[in-house]
Design a protein. Structure first.
Lengths: 122, 234
């Protein structure tokens, strides 16, 4: 029952996202609006319902599974990909390595140091 | 992917591919544990390679696989919405470091998308491909929607995001080590912004603090970028 409620929360957020997209007439995907709505709703409600936490953590932990068919679906793009594979790889390489460094570096420069006690023992 | 239509009944063949996908994911996950969580042992990548190899090798149409595979894709929209939960959970952590968090996130995200679009322009990519690359710093279920809105190729957008994520997860530990980036919050933030869902899943395996910052960065960045891109590209 809890799990059903959790699923209902997610579906309801998606529904509200779709509705808001229609009302505002914006080019923003409904799932994105749904995230904003869900966070706002949780803020009003004051805590995360047990079922939503169960379902949400399961879905996030196994996100990789849901991506497998998407990657397999790229077979359909074989012809497009074959032509641009080399430049595309170069672009992905640069635009991944540089921002990884820059993002972490800026945060570490700007943020107050962590208290030793906040460090987790792995 | 047709998120707006009723799913076709998968039938015998679709159910077979669906089950094979689940079995591969489970098997490869166990294998990764055996391999001491090596970053290159991603169940996602190897699962997709094995399945694509089977389809090509046995000369089976992609549409036949998708009869089953599509069912998993429908669930992606729901997993995207679930990102709201870790964002809500960590609202205090982000408030405490809001300014550095937002500054680093905006710069990192602009750099990730901007460098890709500029390089694509220099390399003479057509407009649809440039729009597709602009979505590469958004988590893939969102990237699909954004690519559709700004005139890119949705499936390619998700693919690029996934490949970026896997590659980023492979190189990130080296980058952090070489440049002495030891703050777990900074590592989480960078992983969340640049490598999205895959990096976040990886981060959660390392520690809860890295994971929560990664999830938060992925969510906030995904939402902000999705809000901004349609105005830049339309």
């Amino acid at each position: 029952m809890q799990i059903l409620l959790g699923l209902a929360c997610l579906c309801l957020s998606l529904l509200a996202g779709e509705a808001l997209k229609d009302i505002l007439q914006v080019a923003i995907p409904a799932p994105v609006l749904a995230v904003v709505i869900l966070v706002a709703a949780l803020g009003v409600y004051g805590r995360v319902p047990e079922g939503l936490r169960l379902v949400g953590e399961f879905l996030l932990r196994h996100m990789a599974l849901f991506f497998i068919p998407v990657l397999v679906g790229m077979l359909a793009l074989y012809d497009v990909l074959r032509e641009i594979l080399a430049p595309l790889s170069l672009i992905i390489f640069v635009s991944t390595v540089v921002p990884l460094f820059v993002t972490a570096w800026i945060f570490q420069k700007l943020a107050p140091k962590l208290e030793a006690s906040e460090h987790e023992a792995d | 992917m047709r998120l707006t239509e009723l799913p076709a009944w998968p039938g015998l063949e679709g159910l077979f591919w669906l089950l094979l996908t689940l079995a591969l994911y489970r098997g490869l996950s166990i294998l990764r544990t055996r391999l001491k969580e090596k970053a290159w042992a991603q169940p996602l990548i190897w699962g997709a390679i094995i399945l694509a190899g089977l389809l090509v090798g046995l000369d089976i149409e992609l549409a036949r696989y998708q009869l089953g595979g599509d069912w998993l894709i429908y669930i992606l929209a729901l997993s995207t919405v679930s990102i709201g939960v870790p964002i809500y959970d960590n609202r205090h952590a982000i408030r405490a470091a809001a300014v550095p968090f937002l500054t680093a996130m905006c710069l990192g995200s602009t750099l990730a998308a901007g460098s890709a679009v500029v390089m694509a322009g220099l390399l003479d990519f057509e407009a649809a491909l440039r729009a597709t690359l602009a979505t590469k710093s958004i988590t893939s279920p969102m990237a699909y929607g954004v690519a559709e809105e700004i005139g890119g190729l949705p499936v390619l957008a998700m693919g690029i995001v996934i490949v970026t994520g896997n590659f980023g997860v492979l190189v990130a530990p080296k980058i952090f080590q070489v440049f002495g980036l030891t703050d777990p919050r900074a590592q989480g933030l960078a992983l969340g912004v640049v490598t999205h869902g895959i990096g976040t899943a990886e981060a959660v395996r390392r520690s809860a603090l890295i994971g929560s910052f990664a999830g938060l960065a992925m969510g906030v960045n995904g939402v902000l970028t999705s809000l901004v891109l349609p105005f830049v590209f339309l």
